[in-house]
Structures are given as structure tokens and as C-alpha cells.
Design a protein around this ligand. Sequence first.
Ligand SMILES: [Zn+2]
Length: 290
Amino acid sequence: MPELPEVQTIVSDLNRKIKGQKIVGFWTDWPKLVKLPNPSDFKKKIKGLRIEKVERIGKNIVFFLSNNKALLIHQKMTGHLMVGKWRIHKGKVETTENGPFKERVNKYIHALFSLESGKMIALSDMRKFARIALGEREKILKLKDITQLGPDALDPKLTFGEFSRRIKARHKSIKLTLMDPGVVAGIGNIYADDILWSAKVHPLRKANAIKEKELRAIFKYTRIVLKKAVRLRGTSVGDYRDTAGERGMYGKVLLAYRRTGEPCKRCGTPIRRTRAGQRSAHFCPHCQKL
Ligand SMILES: [Zn+2]
């Protein structure tokens, strides 16, 4: 699933590429992805609205539109937004450009927003779990997707005191706690592994039993790892691509995630994979003790 760095990359791209443009049309072959309002009203209501700015709230992408409206897109597991040109030929979406849009992961297009410039915003989503909602800003910002979020992992106002209080209130493993968007928003599977490796904390340690010194390291590396991943435009080990359909570069510098059997970058011990609930966790058995 796209995490904070991937969603931030898309949001920054969108602001650079399509801010200020008017939406002139909408197409989908998967009406279920539209949660608000009903899909036929959606098409009528989105038309003519201008994109004032795009913001990331947790892993949600929020388009602030004219007439006090907002459009929320959650990309979920495999969704990613791209900006380019496509056409619909015999009910199928085809790219009219050469290059990355021809890659398989970029061809599961289930929604297209046409813009006044002739460009389009496309949602490619193999698993079709992404969701879209349009409404008054106030209503959209009150959706559970947003109100249930804890503070953003990169919010400069998030203090260590608040961070540690939230972590210590949980009884699950530290890995699952970091990934819980109600605790801190933005961290998923990839970055939780790399943050815990950096902080030398075993992913299965209980959150409420982590020592102050270790929590300080987790807090510090949360920012370091996420900021580095934003700079490198995210990780594309799965379906994630940026708005040009290109891969992020963090995949080349992963510290623990998906490095099973490869030497720890600190001590050379092979990285191991274990399970944390339904999720995997990668760690160094020498540097990260239970
Ligand atoms: Zn190690």
C-alpha cells in the first residue's frame, strides 16, 4: 500500500502539474469506487469544479475544489494516480503516449478525470479497493478516513511526549502500533520495518514495554526514514508508481524491508522475516533483540 512518502510524492506532483485546472469530465468502469455521492450524481457534480490545491492527510489525497467542495481519494492497496493522456477505445482505456504508462501496473485504469487542458488524471488500481468521495469540504473533512487519524508522522508539531504517550498506550507489537493510523498516520509495512531496524528495536516487542531511550530512537528515525523516502519519491516494490508512471527510488536503499537473507547493513547478520499479526516484519536478529 502507498504510505506517507508515496502519497506525498503524488500530491506534490499533482500540485505541480494540475493545480488551478478545471475538471471537465469523469469516466469510470467501476462505479463501486465512488462512495459519495452516488456514481451518476458524482459525474454531474464534479464537472466544472476547479482544483484549487491538493493536500495529503495521512494516506488520503484531498483535492480542494471551487464552490467549497472537496474530493477525497484513498488509493488503498494498489491504486495510484497518474497525469497524462488516455483514450477509450471499444470500452477499454488506452494510453496515447509511449513510455511508463505502457507498463502493466499502470494499465488497470478504472477512473479518468478530464481536465480543461486536455490532460487527464487517471487512477490505475489492479485490486480495485481505492475509494473516491466528493462533497462539501466540511463533510469530506469529517469522514472517518480523516477524523480517525492520529497526528501525521511528519507533522512538525508532533512532539516526542505526544508520540511516546500514544505508543505506550498500546499493548500490541511495536510494528503493528507504528502501522496503526489511529496512533500516528502515514507509516505502513515498508517504513515500519526500516524505522525499527534503524532504532534497533525488535518488531515484535510490546509497544507499552519499550524503554524511553528506544522510543526516542524510534521517534527520531521515523522522521529520518520518511523524509529520505519522500526525497527518493517512495518505494515501488509493489504497484506504486508516481504520476508519470515511474518508480520511486527508495527501493534501492531499503534497510530491512524485503531484505530476507541479505546481510544487515550494520553487522552483516542475515535479515530475517517473521510475522506480526497478519503482516510480515523484517529485522536483524543480532541488532534487534526480543
Ligand atoms: Zn544487524
